[in-house]
Write a protein that binds this ligand. Sequence first.
Ligand code: HEC
Length: 98
Amino acid sequence: MNTKIKLATIALAVTMTSSLFAEPSYTKCIACHGANGEKVALGKSKIIKDMSKADFIAALQGYQNGTYGGPMKGLMAGQVKGLTADQMEAQATHLGLK
Ligand code: HEC
């Protein structure tokens, strides 16, 4: 195997490994909130990457039980339906929240 092919193989392996760490339950959030939670979703939401982990999880649970949200909370209720506590935790980790 020549060096170029070796390097390409390593690069591919690294890419595949990092996609394993991407949080699958966050994939559907990307369109509105951005890959790293950096967007104001539909011109309405907070920038979620700037939230604390506690606030992020409290917001998601609040959307689930109807105790949190602004004018578009109905939309978010649909998004968080069925999310488990573990998935919320993994999303917070994915976004680098503290
Ligand atoms: C169709 C666009 C859309 C998608 C998809 C979406 N969101 Fe949202 N999100 C919004 C909007 C709009 C708001 C503000 C809702 C409101 O009025 O409370 C929001 C609010 C939030 C908030 C609270 C921020 C605040 O403004 O108080 C969090 C946390 C959040 N979203 C996380 C997620 C996660 C996690 C997912 C994926 C499971 C997701 N969102 C998917 C549009 C979206």
